[in-house]
Design a protein around this ligand. Structure first.
Ligand code: ADP
Ligand code: MG
Length: 394
């Protein structure tokens, strides 16, 4: 277990906090502030505990230059509103300079400042010692609460921990508890549902989970590579050709591990990759040569629901079809519905799966929706994330 802000003395301490304020922006305005509101519990805990709070984050890809379209000023303004108190913001091209250091040193208990976009410095993504030291000199303790970048060893996510005692905030604590807990110590039956476009992107996750789950459900675009590997005709469905052999190996591995591997039995097909294309629903051994499978069919949804009804832990990564188009959203909605109804611990990892669950209104019915796309995948692969590895153990 990793230490959190609850496990250390915070009163009077300058807490250097890495947040994920990489919010979507349009014309200088924040279009979705969920990442800011999600960070509030940790920030408020620090304020109330009498810490002096120094926040840092990246936004976008300024590639090591002070490009003002990536300034964190709008985030500072939004944070001030949400916290109902001033958030000091100095837009320094160097991120840390004398003025910033003085402002940090002058903070009083409960006051908050936000540093400029850490990726204005080219050293940030290279985890170079010099910039890590500059950042670390501002604080007494390091709090990492940016799960979305925890799989990257950067100055602000990992490097600073060489110089400061490091603990997690509440967001990372929750990710470790659920993603880690599910994979390492699941209540059984443990079911993983894998979908999305390509097998290739998810192979390491499948390989890791295959040794841990009782049942593996494969759906979405990746299922066609498995069908092809089984010798079925898949028409013009998405095929991840380079992963064909691997798909075969994974089927063998599943069998050896005693894992039930479940694939769709029927699919919704269309001629065009378009919402208004005419559709047919057919069994998987009857996909017409000039059509592509874009969703799993109702028989498959029923079969999946049956498995999920028995499950005690479910990890879901990757949609079951092209859910962005209403004609091909049925499989994804069906699975989301089954998870919402289930008593199991339900964990959603992956950017598009999380978006689907939100979009269809099931978000509050899930045990945990991971906030980090790439980071949650690496976690499910069983990798050690640098931004978590640097945190002190309890
Ligand atoms: P996640 O972000 O949850 O890890 P992925 O990025 O792997 O998921 O996959 C999501 C994408 O897969 C979606 O944009 C969806 O439209 C696409 N997809 C799902 N099923 C199919 C299919 N049958 N054919 C083509 N694309 C598909
Ligand atoms: Mg995705």
């Amino acid at each position: 277990m990793k230490k959190t802000v609850r496990d250390i003395e915070i009163k009077g301490k300058k807490a250097l906090v890495r947040c994920d304020f990489n919010v979507p922006m349009q014309d200088g305005k924040i279009t979705d502030d969920i990442r800011i509101t999600s960070a509030l519990p940790t920030i408020k805990y620090l304020i109330e505990g009498g810490a002096k709070v120094i926040l840092m984050s990246h936004m976008g890809r300024p590639k090591g230059e002070a490009k003002m379209e990536f300034t964190l000023k709008p985030v500072a303004d939004r944070l001030s509103e949400l916290l109902g108190q001033d958030v000091t913001f100095i837009s320094a091209a160097e991120v840390v300079n004398q003025e910033v250091a003085d402002a940090a040193a002058a903070l009083e208990e409960g006051q908050v400042m936000l540093l400029e976009n850490v990726r204005f410095r080219k050293e940030e993504t290279k985890n170079e010692e010099g910039f890590s030291k500059e950042l670390a000199q501002l604080g007494d303790i390091f709090v990492n609460d940016a799960f979305g970048t925890a799989h990257r060893a950067h100055c602000s996510t990992a490097g600073v921990a060489d110089y400061l005692p490091a603990v997690s905030g509440f967001l990372i604590e929750k990710e470790v508890q659920f993603l880690g807990g599910a994979v390492e110590n699941p209540e059984r039956p443990f079911v993983a549902i894998m979908g999305g476009a390509k097998v290739g992107d998810k192979i390491p996750v499948i390989e890791n989970l295959i040794n841990k789950v009782d049942t593996l459900i494969i759906g979405g675009g990746m299922s066609y590579t498995f069908f092809k590997a089984m010798g079925l005709e898949i028409g013009t469905s998405i095929l991840d050709e380079p992963s064909l052999e691997l798909a075969k190996e994974l089927m063998v591995k599943a069998k050896e591990a005693g894992v039930d591997m479940i694939l769709p039995v029927d699919v919704v097909c269309a001629k065009e990759f378009a919402n208004d294309s005419e559709t047919i629903t057919c069994d998987i051994d009857a996909i017409p040569a000039d059509m592509m499978g874009l969703d799993m069919g109702p028989k498959s949804v029923a079969a999946v629901k049956k498995v999920l009804a028995e499950a005690k832990t479910v990890v879901w990564n990757g949609p079951m079809g092209v859910f962005e188009m209403s004609s091909f959203a049925g499989g994804t909605i069906g699975v989301a519905e089954a998870l919402a109804e289930s008593e199991a611990v339900t964990i959603i990892g992956g950017g598009d799966s999380a978006a689907a669950v939100e979009q269809f209104g099931f978000a509050d019915k899930m045990t945990h929706i991971s906030t980090g796309g790439g980071a949650s995948l690496e976690f499910l692969e069983g990798k050690v994330l640098p931004g978590i590895a640097v945190l002190e153990d309890k």
